[in-house]
Design a protein. Sequence first.
Lengths: 610, 602
Amino acid sequence: MAEDADLRGTTTLDGFRVLWVGIKREPRVFTVATLGAVLFGVLTVADAWVLGWSTQNVLIPAFENGEIGTDLLVWVVALFMAVAILRAVGIVARRLGGGIMYYRMQSHTRRGVTRQYLSLPMEWHQRHPTGQLLSNAYSDVEAAWSPVMPLPMALGTVVMMVIAVIQMFVADVVMAIVGLLVFPAVVVANLLYQRYASPLMTRAQGLRAEVSEIAHESFDGAMVVKTLGREVEETDRFRAKAHELRDVNIRAGRIRAVFDPALASLPSLGVLVVLAVGVSRVASGATSAGDVVTVAYLLTIVSFPIRAIGWLLGEFPRSVVGYRRAKAVLDAEGNMPYGDDLLPRGEVGGALLQVEDLHYAYDTDAPLLRGVDFEVQPGRTVALVGATASGKSTLTSLLTRLVDPDSGRVRIDGHDVKGLRKGELPRDVALVPQTAFMFDDTVRDNVTLGADVSDAEVWSALRTAQADGFVAALPHGLDTQLGERGTSLSGGQRQRLSLARALVRRPRLLILDDATSAVDPEVEARILASLRDDRSDNVGDGGGASGSAASLVVVAYRKATISLADEVVHLDEGRIVGRGTHAELLVSSPAYAHLVNAYEVDADAEEAAR
Amino acid sequence: MSTTAPASGTRMDSGEDIGAIATIRLGMKYSPELREGLRFTLFLAVVASCGQIVVPIAVQQTLDRGLNGPDGPRLDFVAWMGVLAAIAIVVTSIASYAMTSRLFTVSERGLATLRTKAFRHVHDLPLLTQNTERRGALVSRVTSDVDQVSQFLVFGGLIFVVSIGQMLVATVLMLVYSWQLAAVVWLCFLPLFLSIRWFQKKLSAAYTVVRHQVGVLLGAISEPVVGAAVVRSYGVEDRTQARIDTAIQDWQDAYTHAQTYTVTSFSLGGLSAGLANAGVIVIGVLLGFAGDMTPGRVLAFAFLVTLFVGPVQMGTQILTDAQNAIASWRRVLGILETPADLIDPGPDGETLPRGPIDVRFSDVTFSYPDGPPVLRDVDLAIAAGTRVAIVGETGSGKSTFAKLLTRLMDPVDGAVLLDGVDVRRIEAASLRRSVVLVPQEGFLFDDTITANVRYGKLDATEDDIRASAVQLGIDDWLSGLPRGLQTEVGQRGESLSAGERQLVALLRAHLADPDLLVLDEATSAVDPALEMQIGRALERLMQSRTSVTIAHRLSTAENADEVIVVDKGRVVQRGPHAELVTQAGSVYSGLHRSWIAQHSHH
């Protein structure tokens, strides 16, 4: 219990710390919004004063004398309008200021968080689930700054309270003290409300996420649900969660139903007490009737906005959690150091790739690579072959320096990739990953990624990747918008665009990480053929020397892909267990033969068994 | 036999065409709970809102009779009045509790119903219709949009009704005091009332932009996360950051723009109130000269104005919030208003007998909406118990066969008949029991293998599942998994490899024990060792039922009883592999050549 209270205490403190960060970041907007709120508060009190003034100086004299000066009437209109206009200015400054500060703070944090995503090493990315990173950048940021909206109002309320309390004391000390008892009562009621309601609200927030997850998954698997006729069961699954959420919301609602009228009636009861005390004091001659009215009126004006402070504090738990999560990203350390080396400019041929004694472990108990050594001569093709989890994909991410090895080195044209200047490696080395990622952009921009490349070159790359046909059939050709992550395309089409993206850059080292796995075998065969044609063309242009074609590293399962290679590197459990041509390895290594022939061997066996 | 049906590709209804009042009416229809006890709740609301006038009355009574009465200050009167007022406050508080509590219960129940109905309806819609909406947007239509409506109903809706009531009461009271002054007050508020519609339109447009920008922002944020490897290996960090920064700025601008309208409409209310106060005093004084007015009545009127201003301010505020809520409600209702083109005949439909099914395509033509025909005049029969492979180039229309057979789509022209019955006349439950599709990508739910496999047969025991695994010859693989059947497959099954996901999908299909098995063969290359197991499992799965496979492998075509070759939407060849392969220069021999080329690199 004590621990619980402690936690709440620190949450309130931390909530103010988060707000302080925001105030320091946007001091001007904050000042404008707060001044607006103060103006609003002051003028709310002033409204009553203007009415009093008008009664005293215009209304009563006018009725008594039967005439009134036009200038006085003008004064009445001017005063009321001045108060109204100033108050409107206050509202605009407060609400627009609060809004702008809220949006700006979110923008600042999102820029910071996404910059971190772009600069933190891949290893960091691999350790954090995608869903978490997405919510860190969106909903956590939103939650973190949610108290910024009610902040000016709450501060304005504090100012208003101070003014009112002073006025109350000026009017009558005893009544003021009696009236002030309302404030702690309201604050305690608010705290009690938070205490009962916030666990339910947290629970509801979690349930909302769960409902959303079920919907997402179920709609993703719509094909399975439909073809197996499981609509009823899926609906039951969804309904169960939706009802759980409903019940929590109803419980939270009932608590609110208790506290809402309680919070509203506390000041009213306070006014009644003030009236009773006031009348007795008037009877004893200690105070005047006017002062009783003033204190009662001030009490009603001020007690309602106290809730604005409650709203502010109510946002704190969510805010603090959201801020901590976003902050964890902002504070994450680690970036990839770059050197100053440059790769030779103007080279057209393949790059020389040297891999020296690479060791790499994602977690130390299970090393993924244990001493890998090989090289790819300019213009040559090497296939990486191995069973699932033998370290092939890890190796490709080391070659393109998505991650750095624990020991050993990767050299391109003799330069250690770690010593290269930022941006040098992508100039000459292109990786085509197994899962093709598409940007929410046009086909053209997805291929060029902003590089200055002519449409003719784009089409040529698309042709080599066997993507020209379906791109030409798209409604706007190269200008077709692919939409969110290219979901309008099939997996195979995305892979081909992803390949074209690499080819258009004319890399000197091309790395294909099982990059044609979702492509129909016939189409894949054509891609491989045109890759080879391109390469032999280049060889022709270069006068027969192998130095003018790009060097190629392919990870593959299909024999046709493997057989394209000049050399095969057979990986098993992070080690090279065989090297040579496909034909040599088939003969010399039974393990290799078993691996690549598994399916055919089995089919043949069944054939024979018939 | 041939009937013409609309292509099953209706777009998802955005709901944008439903008017505000129609939205509420339609909403009530789908959530009948919202009507429950509405009158009593409204009555309670009226009682609760009376709480607001208790204190002003008490103050006025104290002044007039407790303090300034003819006998001077009267403590006993004030004490009694205080007790009465306190009782009134307690009573109205209880009414307020009952009202809020009922309101929460009714709205949450009504909206849970709406949410569930909308969810169910999404599954009743054809895949094509589902795909006309982004997945994320579809999800938000059954989640955050519903939350938005519930927030509004609970906090806004009733206050709005009560506000209107209070405005009317205040107007009536003002008319009783002085019709001239009442007219002045209404005149001062007229510009505000007239501008509300304009503000609503602007706000509605502004929030449409906001929602769009939120989508763009979410997309941009996902790029450095989901596309981390690509961004890095292509060195396009700066470009990606620029895209994100633009999205962030546009998002901020859209929100600021919308906020400007909200703020302006709100501050306009305050200006009107100031104008009304001044007007009442000035006109009151002038009326006083004419002998129609006393200072007491003018002052009383000034207080009445505040009773009028409060609800007006509240009402304007709620009307602007309502824009957002109504827009959300529309989007949820839009799902329910989207017609499900593939109508289940229900219990009136025919039931397929058990045992291998014979299939007939009767002059089937299919095209996507606004697209050229994908299949043209396909007329063929597949005998019960045979094993058929459909082959063709990518884009030849072969996958359409699978979708028509499983009634994921209906033909535009012609009919698909199973055991002689048009699929459109077969009860959906019967069709789903007898016909099972194994799609290319075996989608798995984030649960255990057991739970995933049970999608095929709900009451399957672990022993049933193990027996199925033995029959498919994949029990070795299953027992090799660290936690066996209890292995968690992760989101979308991503803890398993692509090949393993296929094995689970096959196991699921085997438990479902269909009479017609439709297989869209996976094209993705997997670890050869797994490939071998998949091949063996497929072989056994197809035994003793009719099977139609959209084939990508030579071996599948070779092992089929019959091969159907599709080219440009037509069936161009059919017969056993051995026969077709000898037809030189045919489509099939071309396909065969490329398959051979794939495997000849020994």
